[in-house]
Design a protein around this ligand. Structure first.
Ligand code: HEC
Length: 241
Protein backbone atom coordinates (compact mmCIF):
# COMPACT_ATOMS: atom_id res chain seq x y z
CA UNK A 1 0.00 0.00 0.00
CA UNK A 2 2.78 2.34 0.99
CA UNK A 3 4.70 1.79 -2.25
CA UNK A 4 1.64 2.73 -4.21
CA UNK A 5 1.58 5.99 -2.36
CA UNK A 6 5.29 6.80 -2.68
CA UNK A 7 5.47 6.15 -6.39
CA UNK A 8 3.10 8.93 -7.47
CA UNK A 9 4.74 11.22 -4.94
CA UNK A 10 8.15 10.53 -6.48
CA UNK A 11 6.78 11.17 -9.96
CA UNK A 12 5.22 14.39 -8.79
CA UNK A 13 8.49 15.37 -7.13
CA UNK A 14 10.45 14.84 -10.34
CA UNK A 15 7.86 16.71 -12.34
CA UNK A 16 7.95 19.59 -9.90
CA UNK A 17 11.74 19.66 -9.93
CA UNK A 18 12.07 19.69 -13.73
CA UNK A 19 9.32 22.26 -13.98
CA UNK A 20 11.06 24.42 -11.43
CA UNK A 21 14.44 24.09 -13.10
CA UNK A 22 13.03 24.96 -16.51
CA UNK A 23 11.60 28.18 -15.07
CA UNK A 24 15.08 29.45 -14.34
CA UNK A 25 15.58 31.99 -17.10
CA UNK A 26 18.87 32.32 -18.88
CA UNK A 27 20.39 35.53 -20.13
CA UNK A 28 20.11 35.68 -23.92
CA UNK A 29 22.07 37.45 -26.58
CA UNK A 30 20.39 39.60 -29.20
CA UNK A 31 23.16 40.33 -31.66
CA UNK A 32 26.04 41.34 -29.39
CA UNK A 33 23.74 42.60 -26.68
CA UNK A 34 23.33 40.56 -23.49
CA UNK A 35 19.79 40.62 -22.12
CA UNK A 36 19.47 39.55 -18.49
CA UNK A 37 15.88 38.53 -17.73
CA UNK A 38 14.15 40.45 -15.00
CA UNK A 39 11.28 38.75 -13.26
CA UNK A 40 8.12 40.54 -14.10
CA UNK A 41 4.84 40.09 -12.38
CA UNK A 42 2.43 38.51 -14.82
CA UNK A 43 -0.36 40.88 -15.66
CA UNK A 44 -3.68 39.66 -14.31
CA UNK A 45 -6.05 40.07 -17.21
CA UNK A 46 -9.04 38.38 -15.62
CA UNK A 47 -10.11 41.10 -13.20
CA UNK A 48 -10.91 44.74 -13.85
CA UNK A 49 -8.47 47.09 -12.18
CA UNK A 50 -9.73 50.64 -11.84
CA UNK A 51 -7.05 53.21 -12.61
CA UNK A 52 -5.54 54.86 -9.57
CA UNK A 53 -4.85 58.54 -10.26
CA UNK A 54 -1.61 58.45 -8.30
CA UNK A 55 -0.11 55.37 -9.92
CA UNK A 56 2.04 55.43 -13.03
CA UNK A 57 1.08 52.61 -15.38
CA UNK A 58 3.93 51.55 -17.63
CA UNK A 59 2.07 50.63 -20.81
CA UNK A 60 -0.46 53.41 -20.55
CA UNK A 61 1.78 56.25 -19.39
CA UNK A 62 5.49 55.56 -19.89
CA UNK A 63 5.80 53.31 -22.93
CA UNK A 64 4.07 55.71 -25.36
CA UNK A 65 6.58 58.42 -24.46
CA UNK A 66 9.48 56.05 -25.07
CA UNK A 67 8.04 54.70 -28.32
CA UNK A 68 7.37 58.12 -29.73
CA UNK A 69 10.65 59.74 -28.70
CA UNK A 70 13.30 57.05 -28.43
CA UNK A 71 12.60 54.04 -30.65
CA UNK A 72 13.01 55.39 -34.15
CA UNK A 73 15.34 53.49 -36.42
CA UNK A 74 18.96 54.33 -35.57
CA UNK A 75 18.08 54.92 -31.90
CA UNK A 76 16.65 52.49 -29.35
CA UNK A 77 14.65 49.98 -31.35
CA UNK A 78 15.74 46.33 -31.22
CA UNK A 79 17.77 46.49 -34.43
CA UNK A 80 19.71 49.65 -33.58
CA UNK A 81 20.06 49.32 -29.77
CA UNK A 82 22.29 52.38 -29.46
CA UNK A 83 24.59 51.93 -26.44
CA UNK A 84 22.79 48.66 -25.73
CA UNK A 85 19.59 50.47 -24.80
CA UNK A 86 16.27 49.16 -26.18
CA UNK A 87 13.04 50.86 -25.17
CA UNK A 88 10.30 49.10 -27.13
CA UNK A 89 8.58 47.30 -24.25
CA UNK A 90 8.62 46.74 -20.50
CA UNK A 91 11.17 43.94 -20.31
CA UNK A 92 13.69 45.66 -22.58
CA UNK A 93 13.28 48.96 -20.78
CA UNK A 94 13.88 47.35 -17.38
CA UNK A 95 16.80 45.31 -18.69
CA UNK A 96 18.63 47.94 -20.67
CA UNK A 97 17.41 51.34 -19.44
CA UNK A 98 19.77 51.57 -16.48
CA UNK A 99 16.88 51.79 -14.01
CA UNK A 100 18.11 52.10 -10.42
CA UNK A 101 15.39 51.33 -7.91
CA UNK A 102 17.64 52.26 -5.00
CA UNK A 103 18.46 55.67 -6.49
CA UNK A 104 15.74 56.54 -9.01
CA UNK A 105 17.03 59.95 -10.06
CA UNK A 106 20.39 58.37 -10.87
CA UNK A 107 18.78 56.02 -13.41
CA UNK A 108 20.24 56.40 -16.90
CA UNK A 109 16.75 56.42 -18.42
CA UNK A 110 15.91 59.53 -16.38
CA UNK A 111 19.29 61.30 -16.19
CA UNK A 112 19.89 61.50 -19.94
CA UNK A 113 16.69 63.52 -20.35
CA UNK A 114 18.34 66.55 -18.74
CA UNK A 115 22.03 66.11 -19.60
CA UNK A 116 23.96 68.65 -21.63
CA UNK A 117 25.86 68.24 -24.90
CA UNK A 118 26.16 64.80 -26.49
CA UNK A 119 24.60 63.07 -23.51
CA UNK A 120 21.22 64.78 -23.83
CA UNK A 121 18.38 62.49 -24.99
CA UNK A 122 16.59 62.69 -27.31
CA UNK A 123 19.51 64.34 -29.13
CA UNK A 124 18.79 67.72 -30.76
CA UNK A 125 17.30 68.72 -33.13
CA UNK A 126 14.63 66.42 -31.64
CA UNK A 127 12.92 68.27 -28.83
CA UNK A 128 13.51 67.31 -25.21
CA UNK A 129 10.78 65.65 -23.22
CA UNK A 130 8.50 68.03 -21.35
CA UNK A 131 8.96 68.57 -17.62
CA UNK A 132 5.75 66.60 -17.04
CA UNK A 133 7.01 63.64 -19.08
CA UNK A 134 10.34 63.62 -17.23
CA UNK A 135 8.53 63.78 -13.88
CA UNK A 136 6.32 60.88 -14.91
CA UNK A 137 9.29 58.68 -15.78
CA UNK A 138 10.95 59.50 -12.46
CA UNK A 139 7.73 58.76 -10.59
CA UNK A 140 7.43 55.40 -12.36
CA UNK A 141 10.91 54.44 -11.15
CA UNK A 142 10.21 55.75 -7.66
CA UNK A 143 7.11 53.56 -7.56
CA UNK A 144 9.27 50.52 -8.28
CA UNK A 145 9.41 50.58 -12.10
CA UNK A 146 6.61 48.01 -12.20
CA UNK A 147 4.50 46.77 -15.06
CA UNK A 148 1.12 47.67 -13.59
CA UNK A 149 -1.97 48.00 -15.71
CA UNK A 150 -5.50 49.24 -15.21
CA UNK A 151 -8.58 49.25 -17.35
CA UNK A 152 -10.79 52.22 -17.80
CA UNK A 153 -11.90 53.57 -21.12
CA UNK A 154 -13.83 56.77 -21.70
CA UNK A 155 -15.96 56.15 -24.77
CA UNK A 156 -18.80 58.53 -23.84
CA UNK A 157 -17.20 61.83 -24.56
CA UNK A 158 -14.48 61.41 -27.15
CA UNK A 159 -13.43 64.87 -28.27
CA UNK A 160 -10.43 66.04 -30.26
CA UNK A 161 -9.31 68.46 -27.55
CA UNK A 162 -9.83 66.07 -24.67
CA UNK A 163 -8.69 62.72 -26.06
CA UNK A 164 -7.54 62.44 -29.67
CA UNK A 165 -5.20 65.46 -29.71
CA UNK A 166 -3.37 64.45 -26.50
CA UNK A 167 -3.22 60.82 -27.69
CA UNK A 168 -1.54 61.80 -30.96
CA UNK A 169 0.71 64.24 -29.12
CA UNK A 170 1.97 61.51 -26.78
CA UNK A 171 2.01 58.51 -29.08
CA UNK A 172 2.71 59.82 -32.56
CA UNK A 173 4.07 63.37 -32.60
CA UNK A 174 7.59 62.38 -31.55
CA UNK A 175 8.02 60.77 -34.99
CA UNK A 176 5.56 62.99 -36.84
CA UNK A 177 6.69 66.46 -35.77
CA UNK A 178 8.49 69.17 -37.69
CA UNK A 179 11.83 67.43 -37.56
CA UNK A 180 12.00 64.74 -40.27
CA UNK A 181 8.42 63.43 -39.89
CA UNK A 182 7.95 59.69 -40.60
CA UNK A 183 6.80 59.13 -44.18
CA UNK A 184 6.56 62.90 -44.59
CA UNK A 185 3.37 62.80 -42.48
CA UNK A 186 3.10 65.62 -39.92
CA UNK A 187 0.65 65.08 -37.08
CA UNK A 188 0.86 68.26 -35.05
CA UNK A 189 -2.18 70.36 -35.89
CA UNK A 190 -5.84 69.40 -36.07
CA UNK A 191 -5.81 69.88 -39.85
CA UNK A 192 -2.86 67.57 -40.33
CA UNK A 193 -4.46 64.85 -38.24
CA UNK A 194 -7.86 65.39 -39.87
CA UNK A 195 -6.34 64.94 -43.34
CA UNK A 196 -5.01 61.48 -42.47
CA UNK A 197 -8.31 60.60 -40.79
CA UNK A 198 -10.30 61.56 -43.89
CA UNK A 199 -8.12 59.70 -46.39
CA UNK A 200 -8.11 56.50 -44.31
CA UNK A 201 -4.42 56.47 -43.45
CA UNK A 202 -4.88 57.22 -39.75
CA UNK A 203 -7.21 54.28 -39.06
CA UNK A 204 -5.51 52.04 -41.61
CA UNK A 205 -2.13 52.47 -39.95
CA UNK A 206 -3.15 52.23 -36.27
CA UNK A 207 -5.40 49.28 -37.06
CA UNK A 208 -2.49 47.57 -38.87
CA UNK A 209 -4.49 47.11 -42.04
CA UNK A 210 -2.85 45.62 -45.10
CA UNK A 211 -1.50 48.26 -47.53
CA UNK A 212 -0.83 50.74 -44.71
CA UNK A 213 2.34 51.07 -42.68
CA UNK A 214 1.56 49.66 -39.21
CA UNK A 215 1.68 52.42 -36.57
CA UNK A 216 3.25 52.84 -34.13
CA UNK A 217 6.05 50.89 -35.82
CA UNK A 218 7.89 48.10 -33.93
CA UNK A 219 4.97 45.75 -33.70
CA UNK A 220 2.77 46.67 -30.79
CA UNK A 221 -0.66 48.01 -31.61
CA UNK A 222 -2.15 50.82 -29.57
CA UNK A 223 -4.23 49.60 -26.61
CA UNK A 224 -7.83 48.61 -27.44
CA UNK A 225 -9.17 51.65 -25.61
CA UNK A 226 -7.20 54.02 -27.87
CA UNK A 227 -8.40 52.21 -30.97
CA UNK A 228 -11.98 52.36 -29.78
CA UNK A 229 -11.70 56.10 -29.12
CA UNK A 230 -10.05 56.79 -32.48
CA UNK A 231 -12.78 54.88 -34.30
CA UNK A 232 -15.55 56.73 -32.44
CA UNK A 233 -13.95 60.06 -33.37
CA UNK A 234 -13.41 59.14 -37.03
CA UNK A 235 -16.94 57.75 -37.37
CA UNK A 236 -18.25 61.02 -35.99
CA UNK A 237 -16.52 62.78 -38.91
CA UNK A 238 -13.25 63.55 -37.10
CA UNK A 239 -14.62 66.81 -35.67
CA UNK A 240 -12.54 69.62 -34.14
CA UNK A 241 -14.46 69.50 -30.87
C1 HEC B 1 8.85 55.53 -33.76
C2 HEC B 1 8.40 56.46 -34.76
C3 HEC B 1 6.94 56.51 -35.12
C4 HEC B 1 5.85 56.56 -34.30
C5 HEC B 1 5.82 56.51 -32.77
C6 HEC B 1 4.69 56.69 -35.14
N1 HEC B 1 5.08 56.72 -36.46
FE1 HEC B 1 3.84 56.88 -38.06
N2 HEC B 1 5.42 56.66 -39.32
C7 HEC B 1 6.73 56.54 -38.93
C8 HEC B 1 7.56 56.32 -40.11
C9 HEC B 1 9.07 56.15 -40.12
C10 HEC B 1 6.67 56.31 -41.22
C11 HEC B 1 7.02 56.06 -42.68
C12 HEC B 1 6.91 54.59 -42.85
C13 HEC B 1 7.48 54.12 -44.13
O1 HEC B 1 7.29 54.78 -45.15
O2 HEC B 1 8.10 53.04 -44.08
C14 HEC B 1 5.34 56.54 -40.70
C15 HEC B 1 4.20 56.60 -41.48
C16 HEC B 1 2.93 56.93 -40.99
C17 HEC B 1 1.74 57.11 -41.80
C18 HEC B 1 1.64 56.91 -43.30
C19 HEC B 1 1.24 55.45 -43.44
C20 HEC B 1 0.91 55.01 -44.83
O3 HEC B 1 0.75 53.78 -45.01
O4 HEC B 1 0.79 55.86 -45.71
C21 HEC B 1 0.72 57.43 -40.96
C22 HEC B 1 -0.73 57.72 -41.33
C23 HEC B 1 1.26 57.42 -39.61
N3 HEC B 1 2.60 57.11 -39.68
C24 HEC B 1 0.51 57.65 -38.49
C25 HEC B 1 0.99 57.46 -37.20
C26 HEC B 1 0.15 57.55 -36.02
C27 HEC B 1 -1.34 57.86 -36.03
C28 HEC B 1 0.96 57.31 -34.96
C29 HEC B 1 0.59 57.28 -33.50
C30 HEC B 1 -0.41 56.33 -33.11
C31 HEC B 1 2.30 57.05 -35.46
N4 HEC B 1 2.28 57.16 -36.82
C32 HEC B 1 3.41 56.78 -34.66
C33 HEC B 1 7.23 56.60 -37.65
C34 HEC B 1 6.45 56.61 -36.49
Amino acid sequence: MKKLFYLPMAVLGVLFFTQFMSCEREPVYIGDLLIIPIDTMPIDTTTIHPCDPDTVYFERDVLPILISNCTMSGCHDVASHEEGVILVDYAYTRNTGGVKLNNPSDSKLYKVLSESGDELMPPPPASSLTAAQKALILKWIQQGAQNLSCDECNTDNVTFAGIIGPLVQTKCAGCHGNNNPGGGVKLLSYNEIKTTADDGRFWGSVNHQASYQAMPPNGTKLPDCDLEQILIWINAGAPNN
